[in-house]
Design a binder for this molecule. Structure first.
Ligand code: SF4
Length: 212
């Protein structure tokens, strides 16, 4: 896609939502990381349903360890993959205490070394928690950016690298959130809302039956 069009797309995203926010609820860096781990292959809405009460009790790694894996499992049992997520959260809490003085590290490589924290999760944490202009590619970002023609890549890693090249620097901080929210509410997987889409005149998606 030509750079002028890319610029216009992000201009429109910015006009419609100048300061987009992560939709996961959290209270500090630790609870943000836990919420991100819980959100893997699960909607933010489901995570938020259990997070409020959970974070009242477990807002530090120490409190999470005291709470324990079995209680944690019960508390998050409505969430997909809750067994492995509980195991990972307890394991990462131990590591934060033993290796990072109870704090969440701010280095990408340290983050991805934690159980349950992959490349996408680390980038979401750095972007949403620390305001670093990283570009986490989740299912929405992958679909939207390839569908509309921002990039043309076959896998998540290449999509991330290409987006880092094509998204103008001034829009990088919020690019992840804009693409996520656009994918979640407008450019949905099955029935994209092209007729009301704010970037329909710039989008290169070829399925005309969705076009205005
Ligand atoms: S016009 Fe349709 S396909 Fe293109 S970005 Fe908008 S919703 Fe998605």
């Amino acid at each position: 896609m030509e750079s002028k069009k890319v610029e216009l797309i992000f201009e429109k995203f910015q006009e419609s939502n100048p300061i987009p926010k992560i939709e996961l609820n959290y209270t500090n860096h630790f609870t943000l990381l836990v919420a991100i781990v819980l959100s893997a292959r699960t909607t933010d809405v489901s995570v938020n349903k259990v997070a409020k009460e959970l974070f009242n009790i477990t807002d530090t790694p120490e409190k999470m360890l005291n709470f324990g894996q079995n209680e944690l499992k019960k508390r998050i049992s409505s969430i997909g993959l809750y067994n492995s997520k509980a195991r990972n959260i307890i394991a990462l809490s131990k590591i934060l205490i033993n290796r990072y003085n109870g704090k969440v590290p701010t280095d990408f490589d340290d983050l991805v070394s934690l159980p349950g924290v992959g490349r996408k999760s680390a980038n979401v944490f750095l972007n949403s928690g620390l305001g670093i202009p990283t570009l986490a590619v989740d299912t929405h970002v992958f679909r939207v950016s390839n569908r509309i023609g921002l990039v043309k890549e076959k896998d998540v890693f290449k999509t991330e690298q290409s987006l880092l090249n094509v998204v103008p620097k001034k829009y990088l901080l919020y690019a992840h959130h804009w693409l996520v929210l656009h994918g979640r509410y407008a450019c949905k997987a099955q029935k994209p809302s092209c007729e009301t889409c704010i970037i329909h005149d710039l989008c290169e998606f070829e399925c005309k039956r969705y076009k205005v």
